[in-house]
Design a binder for this molecule. Structure first.
Ligand code: CAP
Ligand code: MG
Length: 417
């Protein structure tokens, strides 16, 4: 019977079973409570306990979580959850346990879900990515260089023809991927179906002219039913990818899209707009590390994880998250990290020094803001990536590629804000 005493959810001698999900929380207890008392409440409220005495007839399945590690110095609590608490393959239900009511409970002033260790039964109940980092080779034949992407700017407002023309200029300038921006979906000025067909037509033209593989990250973000219709359209018109704003869409919708993409063999590019609502305040919420884990389990192939603080947006441990995304997860495929946000050619050498080449590098303003326009901006970014991947200095490359010299002259190695 679930303990009505929070102490029933605390056992510092507990040794988690291999089948248990282990979650680490940063916890600041309420002023009238110590960390141990808060720990019992966190384990209780996130599994099967409550505050009131319960009169329950007969036996019930014991699904109680156990707070088994308390680190007073770090201010962390580690909790083990029995496998039977979770519905296999149901990410919303898992999050309703480990990132649900406890984030608002009065027993804590602040609480942040820092990290999860996913046990095999639960992890493998999710599909994971279909391609992961293999897209670099399987889709683009990019060898060991990072693949490159650009998003038309202004982020919304361009017509379909302007959008597709920018794509042509970027692809023929040497970039691999054209990406929709996170808030471009199906608006009157640039409808989804027309943008898809016109951009793919320009993609085909650019492939013919360059002899290189090119692709398009069209944003299918919408309600789940409409997203599936858009995924089908992408497949029908010969696309290789769909882009999903995974946080604003919700994990249930992401799981449905992943199933549909499996049927069509389409890769998923995950944009993380709204993640900062959960992960920016350092001592409360859900870490980007955990959001990346959820995204991998639900099956995205590529995920924005930041620029290791080189770009315009706040980042959390980009390199550490990327390492986790590459690492083994009970045989599930890995994920290709996407570095984006304020990047331009002058930042590429330092970016690759910090994050390596198993990466997608995306630049919007850093391509279209080039003094000679998109095509030159694309040439500059591609040249900077080729040089860094080959261990050549950007200065030496800039002597061969004048567009790169212009970009470096304009932006240097500054981080835009
Ligand atoms: C980048 C971007 C991306 C951000 C998302 C933007 O444009 O298109 O959405 O990179 O942030 O709208 O800002 P720029 P993150 O290249 O012009 O900055 O990658 O951190 O999720
Ligand atoms: Mg954007």
């Amino acid at each position: 019977m679930p303990g009505i005493n929070y102490e029933d959810f605390l056992d510092l001698d507990h040794d988690p079973r291999d089948s248990e999900l282990v979650c680490t929380f940063a916890v600041e207890p309420a002023s009238d409570m110590d960390l141990e008392a808060a720990a019992g409440r966190v384990a209780s409220e996130s599994s099967n306990g409550t505050w009131a005495e319960l009169q329950v007839e007969g036996s019930i399945t014991d699904l109680s979580a156990t707070a088994f590690e308390i680190d007073e110095e770090r201010g962390t609590v580690t909790v083990a959850y029995p496998d039977a608490l979770f519905e296999a393959g149901n990410m919303p239900q898992v999050l309703s346990c480990i990132a649900g009511n406890i984030l608002g409970m009065k027993a804590v002033e602040r609480i942040r879900l820092l990290d999860c260790e996913w046990p095999e039964p639960l992890a493998t109940s999710f599909p994971g990515p279909q391609f992961g980092t293999s897209v670099r080779e399987e889709v683009f034949g990019a060898g060991d260089r990072p693949i490159t992407a650009t998003v038309p700017k202004p982020k919304v407002g361009l017509s379909t023809d302007q959008h597709a023309e920018i794509g042509y200029q970027a692809w023929t300038g040497g970039l691999d991927l054209l990406k929709d921006d996170e808030n471009l979906t199906d608006q009157d000025f640039n409808p989804f179906r027309e943008r898809l067909t016109e951009s793919l037509a320009q993609r085909d033209r650019a492939e013919d002219e360059t002899g290189e593989r090119k692709s398009y990250l069209v944003n299918v973000t919408a309600d789940a039913h409409r997203m599936l219709e858009r995924v089908d359209l992408v497949a029908e018109h010969g696309g290789e990818y769909v882009m999903v704003d995974v946080v604003t869409c919700g994990w249930a919708a992401v799981q449905r899209v992943r199933e549909r993409c499996d049927e069509h063999g389409l890769a998923i590019h995950a944009h993380r707009a709204m993640h900062a609502a959960f992960d920016r305040v350092p001592d409360h919420g859900v870490s980007m590390r955990v959001l990346a884990q959820i995204t991998r389990l639900c099956g995205a192939d590529q995920l924005h994880t930041g620029t290791a603080d080189l770009g315009k947006l706040e980042n959390e441990d980009t390199a550490g998250i990327n390492e986790w995304l590459y690492g083994d997860l009970h045989g599930l495929r890995d994920v290709l990290p996407v570095a984006s946000g304020g990047l331009h050619p002058g930042l590429v050498p330092e970016l690759i020094d910090r994050l390596g080449t198993n990466l997608c590098i995306q630049a919007g303003g850093g391509v279209h803001g080039h003094p000679e326009g998109t095509h030159a901006g694309a040439k500059a970014l591609r040249a900077a990536v080729d040089a860094a991947a080959a261990g050549e200095s950007i200065e030496s490359k800039a002597e061969q590629v004048p567009e790169l010299a212009t970009a470096v002259e304009k932006w240097g190695t500054e981080t835009p804000r």
